[in-house]
Design a protein around this ligand. Structure first.
Ligand SMILES: Nc1nc2c(ncn2[C@@H]2O[C@H](COP(=O)(O)OP(=O)(O)O)[C@@H](O)[C@H]2O)c(=O)[nH]1
Ligand SMILES: [Mg+2]
Length: 436
């Protein structure tokens, strides 16, 4: 394979940076610019020396050589640890490219690892989720994927489909052999129903747990001056949105993020909704309406000035919570509504209400298939199993049942990325960072 190069660490000033190379000629290419000849390198080793461009020394570095297949990509690889200046990093990468390496594209190291059989597709997707995780729970779930534990929960299901398929095929291909037990339609229906139940469990947990990665969108909506921006600040624990006693302070949508039960909550504080002559405020109000449309949950904030029914009509069909703010100065409080004081950071009843409405109270971190591709494939398999059950019930010929099971089996190969490796990779790995 062509030798690729990329910065693997963050593109910013730091103590050290890591530049990674992978490919057939990486030892030769590095030798051309390194103070030591490592072209005959045949074991994993650490070297100390200088990178130079033929005119001057660029930096003093430590580099590690990895010998195929014992590397992340499964190919000969080098990791260069240089000083963490972007100037140095650019000079080193430039001189490596001048000597035959090519800049890697997004996810190319991981895609090579996958193509070289170092990991399946679920594991590769786990790496990307891990890098993007913003909560401990999301990171722990990615770890299950990365270490292969997620793939493992699917294998028994795939095996059941394979075995059933094999039994039916044997019956079709060798009907003359009497020592092969005939598989009854009843057995087909019973095994398929079991497979379907197992898949339904995986889909349920996956759809629930995907919020650890994807998070939820929550819009804060209400009249001007009820304390929406104060509430955003109290929820995220910092003074992000400007708060004043002047109505119409918030014009653009202000975003904030915090974790609730390990789930990233994306908050959108909006301009107060009311009739306004101010052009900028009008744009803000129209943006607020967009945010309401996209939100998973709307916090409808009200204070002692009461509920505006026109406004309430705008959000009443969305999943929403009615939140009474300024509880510190509210005289009458009934027993069952949510009362908070944004200014005093007294927001526990709201947090409890959000957990309940977002149904994130009884979640548990466990291996699960959470992205659209994975859940889509699980549903496709269920679709084919359903067809097989229906055909068996209608006493259709075995080869018809076998055809549906075959499609289901192929989907199950796609899930771990075991078929059509090349078709899949471009799409999936383009979402990765360069250098990963
Ligand atoms: N007493 C009291 N005042 C509050 C509370 N939350 C906000 N305010 C005040 O209400 C005014 C408007 O707050 P702001 O967050 O800008 O409201 P917004 O227009 O809805 O974003 C400010 O003067 C805040 O200090 C609260 O919990 N209690
Ligand atoms: Mg505001």
């Amino acid at each position: 394979m062509e030798t690729i190069v990329a910065l693997a660490s963050a593109p910013m000033k730091s103590a050290l940076s890591i530049i990674r190379l992978s490919g057939d000629d990486c030892f030769q290419i590095v030798s051309k610019v390194f103070s030591k000849d490592i072209s005959k390198c045949n074991k994993r080793a650490v070297h100390f020396g200088f990178i130079n461009d033929g005119r001057k020394k660029i930096d003093q570095v430590v580099l590690i050589t990895y010998i195929a297949p014992h590397s992340f990509t499964g190919e000969n690889s080098v990791e260069i640890m240089c000083h963490g200046s972007m100037l140095i990093v650019n000079e080193i990468i430039t001189v490596l490219i001048q000597n035959g390496a090519r800049m890697a594209v997004n996810g190319e190291f991981s895609s090579r690892a996958y193509l070289n059989g170092k990991m399946d597709l679920i594991q590769a997707e786990g790496i990307n989720d891990m890098i993007n995780a913003t909560s401990e729970e999301a990171k722990d779930m990615s770890m299950f994927a990365l270490t292969g534990e997620t793939s493992k929960i699917f294998l028994p299901i795939r095996q059941k489909i394979g075995e059933l398929l094999a039994k039916i095929e044997v019956n079709i291909d060798y009907p003359e052999y009497e020592d092969i037990a005939d598989i009854s339609k009843q057995e087909v229906i019973s095994v398929c129903s079991q497979i379907k139940a197992d898949l339904a469990d995986l889909i349920k947990v996956g759809e629930r747990n995907r919020v650890y990665h994807e998070g939820v969108k929550v819009a804060i909506v209400g009249k001007p001056n009820v304390g929406k921006s104060s509430l955003l600040n109290a929820l995220i624990g910092e003074d992000k949105a400007i708060v004043t006693e002047i109505a119409g302070t918030t014009r653009d949508v202000v975003e904030g993020r915090f974790n609730l039960n390990g789930v990233p909550v994306y908050l959108y504080d909006t301009a107060g909704l009311h009739e306004s002559e101010d052009k900028i405020e009008q744009i803000g109000i129209s943006k607020a309406k967009d945010v309401i449309t996209k939100a998973d949950l709307v916090l409808f904030v009200v204070d002692n000035t009461g509920i505006d029914n026109n406004l309430f009509n705008l959000i009443k069909d969305k999943k929403h919570l009615l939140v009474f703010n300024k509880a510190d100065i509210l005289k009458v409080q009934d027993g069952h509504s949510i009362y908070v004081s944004a200014i005093k950071h007294d927001i526990k009843p709201l947090l409890d209400g959000m957990v309940r409405m977002l149904e994130i109270d009884e979640m548990s971190v466990k291996p699960s298939f959470t992205n659209t591709r994975q859940i889509g494939l699980l549903k496709n398999i269920v679709g084919q199993i359903d067809i097989a059950i229906r055909d068996a019930q209608a006493n259709e010929p075995s080869d018809l049942i076998s055809a549906s099971l075959m499609i289901a089996y192929n989907y199950s190969l796609d899930l771990l990325g075991e078929s059509n490796k090349n078709d899949l990779t471009d799409e999936i790995f383009s979402r990765f960072c360069v250098g990963k």
